[in-house]
Design a protein around this ligand. Structure first.
Ligand SMILES: NC(=O)c1ccc[n+]([C@@H]2O[C@H](COP(=O)([O-])OP(=O)(O)OC[C@H]3O[C@@H](n4cnc5c(N)ncnc54)[C@H](OP(=O)(O)O)[C@@H]3O)[C@@H](O)[C@H]2O)c1
Length: 346
């Protein structure tokens, strides 16, 4: 299975300070925002000019984990200052804050890469239910699943990065849906590490509640269901679980196949879809594990087909804070800037 990726020497070398694109991060003290700062500080063609957080403490804050990688300090959120000092703004904020800040930055003619759910849902009724802070979608919003929508992303005013669970589910299922191989129910059994819930502890995410345990949650009521169904164009049963890991997602996906679908049809559909995708690794019948993708921007997908019964089981894994959040956001930055998608990520 040959994966065609551009030759390593195609990647840009470090740009001079004057030629660099100015970027900023709002939400830099959060789990996803910290990863963004880490990636952007080392990106060869951008300069990180601002990092901001809620400002709840009222004073600039250092990021001790990034000392000698990024030695700036995190300032209280100031939309005007963001707009003046950067051309492309990353928002790693709770969705209500993103809805407000994203709209304000678009009005100032800035380009935005948003990690929240605020701009993901196109149907007004569904968005009203799941993300009520965004009553209307501004023009120029593109759903930012990098492997599927690169051309639209390159022209977007606001790239709405997919949720962590939908990224894994859609990368696994969309090629099969496109090829017409799915018939009947789709069940997505998903496991996530606790960082998926952000840094503020709750009864469910407190160490003593999840250490040594696994729990299903939000059955039939998780907002990522709406996002997966929107992109896939069909209904799914999606059941997330919290597992006692700090990071990583594993989804076991159960699919009924169209009558007569062979294993080679499934394999062909996936190989065709990802022949030139640097961050999707197809593992065939070797099923991937979270430890293979933790701390990286890969989504690994494996599968087994029971031809006699018309059943397919897929396993998709990714790091929720990278391919499921900050890594995919930087991949989308590279697409916006016309760079090799791997720039600053590999
Ligand atoms: N965690 C994941 O795996 C993941 C994956 C995909 C997408 N996302 C999305 O990415 C966004 C960030 O997630 P996260 O897990 O990194 O969250 P988090 O750990 O809770 O961090 C939230 C960040 O936003 C800041 N903030 C909170 N309220 C604010 C406000 N009203 N105004 C300005 N800044 C505010 C916080 O600053 P303070 O430190 O000052 O409070 C912090 O920097 C969310 O929308 C989430 O749904 C997360």
């Amino acid at each position: 299975m040959a994966t065609v990726v551009p030759h390593a020497t195609d990647r840009p070398t470090a740009a001079s300070p004057a030629a660099r694109t100015r970027v900023a991060v709002a939400g830099a003290t959060g789990y996803a925002g910290l990863e963004l700062v880490r990636l952007l500080a080392r990106h060869p063609t951008v300069t990180l000019t601002e990092a901001m957080s809620s400002g709840a403490t009222g004073a600039p804050r250092p990021l001790p984990a990034l000392k000698r990688i990024w030695d700036g300090s995190v300032a209280p959120l100031d939309v005007d200052r963001l707009a003046v000092n950067a051309d492309i703004l990353f928002l790693a904020l709770p969705e209500a804050a993103s809805a407000e800040v994203g709209a304000a930055l678009l009005q100032r003619d800035k380009r935005v890469i948003d990690l929240s759910g605020a701009f993901r849902i196109r149907s007004d009724a569904d968005r009203q239910r799941w993300y009520p802070a965004t009553p209307t979608l501004p023009p120029g919003v593109v759903y930012g699943l990098s492997e599927r929508h690169a051309e639209a992303i390159s022209r977007a005013k606001l790239v709405s990065c997919p949720g962590c669970y939908p990224t894994a589910a859609l990368l696994a299922l969309e090629p099969l849906a496109d090829a017409g191989l799915i018939e009947g129910a789709i069940v997505i059994d998903a496991k996530s590490g606790i960082s998926g819930a952000g840094k503020t502890p709750s009864d469910r995410t407190h160490f003593c509640e999840n250490h040594g345990s696994v729990a299903a949650y939000s059955v039939f009521s998780h907002r990522h269901t709406a996002e997966i169904e929107q992109e896939l164009g069909t209904s799914v049963t999606f059941v997330p679980h919290l597992v006692p890991l700090d990071r990583g997602i594993l989804e076991t996906i159960y699919v009924s196949l169209r009558h007569g679908t062979t294993e080679s049809l499934v394999t062909d559909a996936l190989q065709r879809a990802y022949a030139s995708a640097p961050f999707v690794r197809l593992t065939g019948s070797e099923l991937p594990e979270i430890k293979h993708v933790a701390h990286g921007n890969f989504c690994d997908i494996g599968w087994r087909v029971d031809e006699a019964r018309g059943r397919l089981v897929m396993v998709a894994v990714l790091d929720n804070l990278l391919k499921g959040a900050a890594g995919q956001a930087v991949q989308n930055l590279n697409i916006l800037l016309g760079l090799d998608q791997r720039t600053g990520l590999l």
